[in-house]
Design a protein around this ligand. Structure first.
Ligand SMILES: *Cc1c(COP(=O)(O)O)cnc(C)c1O
Length: 471
């Protein structure tokens, strides 16, 4: 037996719901189709109609069907929200220069222009203009790298994690790799040296202790199955106190005496000594080559200041083995990265590191930062905010130089009408989001990492956010 349909007041109106065809002729529908395309616009209108129908059915007292133009505008909002970019530019006021969550190194103007040129048309990525035939993508950044570092050869891949994996897979597969217990590090984002070694097919042989490893620990662990000693710069933490590790030259001697390789995951890609900026020196890429490392791996977008890339430099015969390994094809660098990397390396070759944003920020004089902080604070105070400058610390970040900071001057804003967390949330919700630090109930803004030209936007966002006005 079929039970009679219960009729709610809502059901009667359903008949009056517009059809998709009618909505497509409604005011605003033409623009909707132009902006998003016919099929997505139709799908969104159908979804809005479904929602409206469900709402009418769910409401015991029925309800009115919104006018057609409102349904069209609801569809527009749906599509705009669904298609809004999620990778958005932000203003970094945290004072962390190489902020991995915020995209690491901003590119220099020349690197940006090179990437744009490579991207927007065709390019000689693998084309030899002299010969009129296929060329090699290896030529673009790699001769600059050898010139800069004195290494015999170089290879650029997708990132340093890939570089280390490729190095171990191509040179140590099914063999043993000796590494100090003090260097079995996790870099972040899931990059753990023991896991990468396992993935490469090499066997990990741990030596020494967490705090101290001696040259003889390595020597004693060498067997007929050993392929290499791996040195890893523990980028993001520091062992202080009773700690020690043989230097790279000693490790190179230990390895080479036995016909083994010394591989070095340098990490940061520092081509210059950070010591001159009052930071504790860390081994540079050049130090690795000079010490006799056979292959050195490092990132393109940390202290090197370029695009995401993994760079391998070292002995020509070894780099050639890496280049020919099947994994090399899987992790190769793209034309945008190669173009931006070559342009970034050129800044080093022409002795113009100030062209590289990361180095400009590291080298920026405290006086200069303090003057900018003062100017911001004055502008904020004249807009009625409680703002003052105070000494603070900037960090190099990117898992480099742990525990070390650069003295800076920050603007501290004490919010009165909202809590600091709410203020920070409003800054993040702005059309151009601002990322800041909070300490002791105050919002801290570090001019060091705010790029030229961003200050006006930052100050406007802040004024609006403290007033609690609509963004
Ligand atoms: C950062 C880092 C990595 C990973 O490099 P990515 O470019 O992020 O892939 C590997 N090893 C060391 C020592 C690092 O510092």
């Amino acid at each position: 037996m079929v039970s009679p349909m219960t009729t709610s007041p809502g059901r009667a109106v359903l008949r009056d719901l517009p059809s998709i065809d009618r909505l497509l002729r409604a005011p605003g529908a033409g623009e909707l189709v132009d902006a998003f395309g016919r099929a997505p616009a139709t799908d969104a209108l159908r979804a809005v109609l479904d929602e409206t129908r469900a709402a009418l059915l769910g409401r015991a007292a029925g309800g009115d069907i919104p006018p057609d133009f409102e349904l069209v505008s609801a569809a527009r909002e749906r599509l705009a929200a669904a298609l809004a970019p999620t990778l958005r530019p932000v203003i970094n006021a945290t004072g962390v220069i190489i902020h991995t969550n915020l995209g690491r190194a901003p590119l220099s103007a020349a690197a940006l222009a090179a990437a744009q040129q490579a991207a927007e048309g065709y390019a000689t990525l693998e084309y030899d203009l002299d010969e009129g035939r296929r060329g090699s993508r290896a030529v673009h950044a790699e001769h600059l790298l050898t010139r800069l570092t004195g290494a015999e050869a170089a290879l650029v891949v997708n990132n340093n994690a890939a570089a280390v994996l490729l190095m171990l897979a191509a040179l140590c597969r099914d063999q043993e790799v000796i590494i100090s217990r003090g260097q079995l590090v996790e870099i972040g984002g899931g990059f753990r040296i023991p896991d990468v070694l396992a993935q490469s097919g090499a066997r990990l042989v741990e030596v020494g202790t967490t705090n101290r490893t001696h040259r003889r620990d390595y020597a004693d662990a060498i067997t007929a199955d050993t392929a290499a000693i791996l040195a890893v710069h523990h980028s993001n933490y520091k062992i202080i106190g009773f700690a020690g590790q043989p230097d790279l030259a000693d490790l190179a001697a230990t390895a080479h005496e036995q016909g083994l390789l010394l591989l070095f995951d340098q990490g940061s890609g520092a081509l210059r000594d950070v010591g001159v900026y009052g930071l504790e020196p860390e081994p540079t890429v050049l130090d690795g080559i000079k010490a006799g490392c056979d292959v050195v791996a490092f990132s393109g977008d940390k202290l090197l200041g370029g695009p995401q890339a993994g760079i391998l430099i070292g002995r020509a015969a070894l780099i050639e083995r890496l280049r020919r390994h099947p994994l090399a094809r899987a992790v190769r660098a793209d034309k945008l990265a190669l173009a931006a990397l070559a342009a970034t390396l050129t800044h080093y070759l022409t002795d113009d590191p100030a062209a590289i944003p990361v180095w400009r920020m590291i080298a920026r004089p405290l006086d200069d930062i303090a003057a900018e902080a003062e100017a911001w604070a004055a502008r904020l105070r004249s807009a009625g905010l409680d703002a003052a400058t105070t000494p603070g610390e900037s960090f190099v970040g990117g898992g480099s130089l742990p525990g070390q900071s650069l003295p800076t001057r920050v603007v501290a804003v004490t919010p009165h009408d909202v809590g600091p967390d709410e203020l920070a949330a409003r800054l993040r919700a702005a059309p151009t989001p601002v990322i800041a630090r909070i300490r002791d109930g105050r919002l801290l803004l570090d001019p060091r990492t705010v790029l030229p030209g961003q200050a006006d936007v930052l100050l406007r966002v802040l004024q609006r956010a403290t007033k609690g006005a609509e963004q």
